[in-house]
Write a new protein. Structure first.
Length: 196
Protein backbone atom coordinates (compact mmCIF):
# COMPACT_ATOMS: atom_id res chain seq x y z
CA UNK A 1 0.00 0.00 0.00
CA UNK A 2 1.59 3.23 -1.08
CA UNK A 3 0.73 6.90 -0.74
CA UNK A 4 0.00 9.30 -3.55
CA UNK A 5 2.70 10.39 -5.96
CA UNK A 6 3.83 6.87 -6.91
CA UNK A 7 4.92 6.37 -10.52
CA UNK A 8 2.93 3.28 -11.49
CA UNK A 9 4.37 3.17 -15.03
CA UNK A 10 7.88 2.82 -13.65
CA UNK A 11 6.76 0.08 -11.25
CA UNK A 12 4.89 -1.78 -13.98
CA UNK A 13 7.88 -1.71 -16.33
CA UNK A 14 8.96 -5.25 -15.37
CA UNK A 15 5.63 -6.75 -16.48
CA UNK A 16 4.24 -7.70 -19.86
CA UNK A 17 1.85 -4.79 -20.66
CA UNK A 18 -0.96 -7.33 -21.21
CA UNK A 19 -0.52 -8.48 -17.59
CA UNK A 20 -1.04 -5.02 -16.03
CA UNK A 21 -4.56 -3.97 -15.02
CA UNK A 22 -5.78 -0.70 -13.47
CA UNK A 23 -8.79 0.10 -11.30
CA UNK A 24 -9.94 3.62 -10.33
CA UNK A 25 -13.28 5.19 -9.45
CA UNK A 26 -15.46 5.37 -12.58
CA UNK A 27 -15.83 8.78 -14.17
CA UNK A 28 -18.28 10.88 -12.19
CA UNK A 29 -18.11 8.59 -9.15
CA UNK A 30 -16.27 9.29 -5.91
CA UNK A 31 -15.66 5.69 -4.86
CA UNK A 32 -14.69 2.29 -6.24
CA UNK A 33 -17.82 0.18 -5.95
CA UNK A 34 -18.19 -3.57 -5.58
CA UNK A 35 -19.39 -4.03 -9.19
CA UNK A 36 -16.20 -2.50 -10.60
CA UNK A 37 -14.10 -4.56 -8.22
CA UNK A 38 -15.78 -7.83 -9.29
CA UNK A 39 -15.14 -7.08 -12.99
CA UNK A 40 -11.54 -6.20 -12.17
CA UNK A 41 -10.93 -9.35 -10.09
CA UNK A 42 -12.32 -11.66 -12.79
CA UNK A 43 -9.11 -10.96 -14.70
CA UNK A 44 -7.10 -12.38 -11.79
CA UNK A 45 -8.44 -15.85 -12.63
CA UNK A 46 -6.74 -15.82 -16.04
CA UNK A 47 -3.20 -17.13 -16.46
CA UNK A 48 -0.55 -14.44 -16.99
CA UNK A 49 1.12 -14.02 -20.38
CA UNK A 50 4.45 -13.32 -18.66
CA UNK A 51 5.62 -14.52 -15.23
CA UNK A 52 2.87 -12.79 -13.24
CA UNK A 53 0.13 -10.18 -13.39
CA UNK A 54 0.03 -6.77 -11.71
CA UNK A 55 -3.22 -5.18 -10.51
CA UNK A 56 -2.90 -1.49 -9.69
CA UNK A 57 -5.72 0.10 -7.69
CA UNK A 58 -5.56 3.89 -7.82
CA UNK A 59 -7.39 5.77 -5.06
CA UNK A 60 -7.77 2.53 -3.09
CA UNK A 61 -8.81 4.62 -0.10
CA UNK A 62 -12.09 5.30 -1.96
CA UNK A 63 -13.03 1.60 -2.16
CA UNK A 64 -16.30 0.79 -0.43
CA UNK A 65 -16.24 -1.74 2.42
CA UNK A 66 -18.08 -4.23 0.19
CA UNK A 67 -15.51 -3.76 -2.59
CA UNK A 68 -12.63 -4.34 -0.17
CA UNK A 69 -14.28 -7.44 1.26
CA UNK A 70 -14.61 -8.88 -2.26
CA UNK A 71 -10.82 -8.51 -2.67
CA UNK A 72 -9.87 -10.58 0.39
CA UNK A 73 -10.13 -14.06 -1.12
CA UNK A 74 -8.18 -13.02 -4.23
CA UNK A 75 -5.44 -11.42 -2.12
CA UNK A 76 -5.10 -14.59 -0.06
CA UNK A 77 -5.25 -17.22 -2.77
CA UNK A 78 -3.87 -15.81 -6.01
CA UNK A 79 -0.17 -16.61 -6.31
CA UNK A 80 0.39 -15.40 -9.88
CA UNK A 81 -0.82 -11.85 -9.24
CA UNK A 82 0.66 -8.87 -7.41
CA UNK A 83 -1.54 -6.07 -6.15
CA UNK A 84 -0.48 -2.46 -5.72
CA UNK A 85 -2.97 -0.38 -3.74
CA UNK A 86 -2.33 3.34 -3.92
CA UNK A 87 -4.09 5.16 -1.09
CA UNK A 88 -3.94 8.73 0.15
CA UNK A 89 -5.58 7.71 3.45
CA UNK A 90 -4.69 4.27 4.74
CA UNK A 91 -7.21 4.62 7.59
CA UNK A 92 -10.02 3.87 5.14
CA UNK A 93 -8.43 0.54 4.19
CA UNK A 94 -9.82 -2.40 6.17
CA UNK A 95 -7.41 -4.00 8.68
CA UNK A 96 -7.98 -7.36 6.95
CA UNK A 97 -6.69 -5.85 3.68
CA UNK A 98 -3.78 -4.03 5.37
CA UNK A 99 -2.67 -7.23 7.10
CA UNK A 100 -2.11 -8.80 3.67
CA UNK A 101 -0.10 -5.86 2.32
CA UNK A 102 3.36 -4.42 2.76
CA UNK A 103 2.79 -0.76 3.63
CA UNK A 104 5.18 1.78 2.19
CA UNK A 105 4.68 5.46 2.96
CA UNK A 106 5.77 7.94 0.33
CA UNK A 107 5.15 11.63 -0.10
CA UNK A 108 5.17 13.25 -3.47
CA UNK A 109 7.89 11.00 -4.88
CA UNK A 110 8.90 7.37 -4.92
CA UNK A 111 11.03 6.12 -2.05
CA UNK A 112 14.25 5.21 -3.82
CA UNK A 113 16.53 2.94 -1.83
CA UNK A 114 20.20 3.89 -1.78
CA UNK A 115 22.69 1.71 -3.67
CA UNK A 116 23.98 0.42 -0.34
CA UNK A 117 20.48 -0.73 0.69
CA UNK A 118 19.83 -2.29 -2.74
CA UNK A 119 23.15 -4.16 -2.55
CA UNK A 120 22.37 -5.40 0.97
CA UNK A 121 18.90 -6.58 -0.16
CA UNK A 122 20.44 -8.42 -3.10
CA UNK A 123 23.15 -9.93 -0.88
CA UNK A 124 20.53 -11.17 1.58
CA UNK A 125 18.40 -12.78 -1.11
CA UNK A 126 21.41 -14.42 -2.79
CA UNK A 127 23.37 -15.38 0.34
CA UNK A 128 24.35 -19.01 0.67
CA UNK A 129 25.95 -18.62 4.11
CA UNK A 130 24.17 -17.44 7.23
CA UNK A 131 27.04 -15.05 8.10
CA UNK A 132 26.53 -13.23 4.77
CA UNK A 133 22.80 -12.98 5.42
CA UNK A 134 23.36 -11.56 8.91
CA UNK A 135 25.79 -8.93 7.55
CA UNK A 136 23.11 -7.84 5.09
CA UNK A 137 20.47 -7.68 7.86
CA UNK A 138 22.67 -5.29 9.84
CA UNK A 139 22.65 -2.86 6.89
CA UNK A 140 18.94 -3.35 6.16
CA UNK A 141 17.81 -2.64 9.72
CA UNK A 142 19.43 0.82 9.64
CA UNK A 143 16.71 2.11 7.29
CA UNK A 144 13.68 -0.16 7.42
CA UNK A 145 11.38 1.74 5.00
CA UNK A 146 14.09 1.84 2.29
CA UNK A 147 14.96 -1.79 2.95
CA UNK A 148 11.38 -2.98 2.55
CA UNK A 149 11.12 -1.09 -0.75
CA UNK A 150 14.43 -2.57 -1.95
CA UNK A 151 13.39 -6.11 -1.05
CA UNK A 152 9.98 -5.65 -2.66
CA UNK A 153 11.53 -4.35 -5.89
CA UNK A 154 13.81 -7.38 -6.09
CA UNK A 155 11.06 -9.86 -5.23
CA UNK A 156 8.29 -8.74 -7.59
CA UNK A 157 6.57 -11.93 -8.69
CA UNK A 158 7.92 -14.03 -5.80
CA UNK A 159 4.73 -14.56 -3.79
CA UNK A 160 6.38 -16.44 -0.90
CA UNK A 161 8.93 -13.71 -0.19
CA UNK A 162 6.38 -10.90 -0.66
CA UNK A 163 4.12 -12.67 1.85
CA UNK A 164 7.04 -12.88 4.30
CA UNK A 165 7.80 -9.18 3.76
CA UNK A 166 4.18 -8.37 4.61
CA UNK A 167 4.61 -10.32 7.87
CA UNK A 168 7.87 -8.48 8.61
CA UNK A 169 6.12 -5.16 8.05
CA UNK A 170 3.30 -6.17 10.43
CA UNK A 171 5.85 -7.17 13.07
CA UNK A 172 7.70 -3.86 12.76
CA UNK A 173 4.44 -1.89 12.95
CA UNK A 174 3.65 -3.81 16.15
CA UNK A 175 6.89 -2.33 17.56
CA UNK A 176 8.93 -5.46 17.07
CA UNK A 177 12.70 -4.98 16.85
CA UNK A 178 13.47 -4.70 13.09
CA UNK A 179 16.41 -7.12 13.43
CA UNK A 180 14.07 -9.75 14.91
CA UNK A 181 11.48 -9.04 12.22
CA UNK A 182 14.04 -9.53 9.42
CA UNK A 183 15.20 -12.76 11.07
CA UNK A 184 11.90 -14.18 9.85
CA UNK A 185 13.04 -13.58 6.27
CA UNK A 186 16.36 -15.32 6.94
CA UNK A 187 14.52 -18.32 8.38
CA UNK A 188 12.20 -18.52 5.35
CA UNK A 189 15.08 -18.16 2.87
CA UNK A 190 17.18 -20.85 4.52
CA UNK A 191 14.17 -23.10 5.03
CA UNK A 192 13.51 -22.86 1.27
CA UNK A 193 17.20 -23.42 0.39
CA UNK A 194 17.42 -26.50 2.61
CA UNK A 195 14.45 -28.13 0.86
CA UNK A 196 15.94 -27.61 -2.63
Amino acid sequence: MIGTGFDTKEFAGDYNPADVFYLSPKEGEKSIKVESTLEFLEKAQLAPIGKSKLFIINDASTMTVAAQNKMLKTLEENTSTNFLLIASNENTILPTIKSRCVTQHVGTHIVRPSNKIMEAAKKLLESKKLDDALEAIVVLTRNVPESLVALNLQCVGNYDILKTLAQINRNIMANCNPKNAFDLLIMRLYEKNSTN
